[in-house]
Design a protein around this ligand. Structure first.
Ligand SMILES: [Fe+2]
Ligand SMILES: [Fe+2]
Length: 166
């Protein structure tokens, strides 16, 4: 059983992996919005921060550089890189605020709108363009690199979210 799950994760391609993370990000945003009190919201924010930071970081270091190699995909980079930067600015602003602060809620609304549009663009336009340029072997290789960057970066994220809203 363990052997099977190891094998399947290694063989997954990066587009399948990214789409699965998108679903988790959407769920975490919904969970944060639905939080009933400050302590729950802080916990939900940590979860969202962790997954969103790691997702964007992996895309920025592994997926987007691979898109730069092909004309059909390079054209999307300017927009999506800017959206990643804005996302990180919003996340860092939220990190400094209490979830009960109205500014936190306003930033969350902005973040949600930005992320939903960004995910839609990646899945509806970019992924299709990527499939026309990259073969399955390249997509699987990228999935491995993406995962290994995330594993290496995870401890840094934990250190950042430890001191959230002290
Ligand atoms: Fe992205
Ligand atoms: Fe993404």
């Amino acid at each position: 059983m363990a052997k099977f799950s190891t094998k399947s994760s290694v063989q997954q391609d990066i587009l399948v992996m990214l789409a699965a993370e998108h679903r988790s990000i959407e769920q975490r945003i919904d969970a944060l919005e639905a939080a009933n009190h400050a302590v729950e919201a802080e916990r939900r924010f940590r979860e969202l921060y962790r997954i969103l930071f790691l997702h964007h970081y992996g895309e920025t270091l592994v997926f987007y550089p691979s898109m730069r190699e092909y004309e059909q995909t390079a054209v999307y980079l300017e927009t999506v890189e800017e959206e990643h930067s804005t996302t990180m600015v919003l996340l860092e602003q939220m990190r400094q605020l209490s979830p009960v602060d109205p500014t936190f809620q306003a930033r969350l609304d902005e973040l949600k709108e930005l992320i939903m549009g960004h995910i839609e663009e990646e899945e509806n336009e970019i992924f299709a363009a990527v499939r026309t340029c990259m073969d399955e072997q390249e997509l699987r290789q990228l999935a491995q690199e993406f995962k290994s960057i995330q594993i290496k970066t995870a401890p840094k994220i934990e250190a950042r979210i430890k001191d959230l809203n002290p």
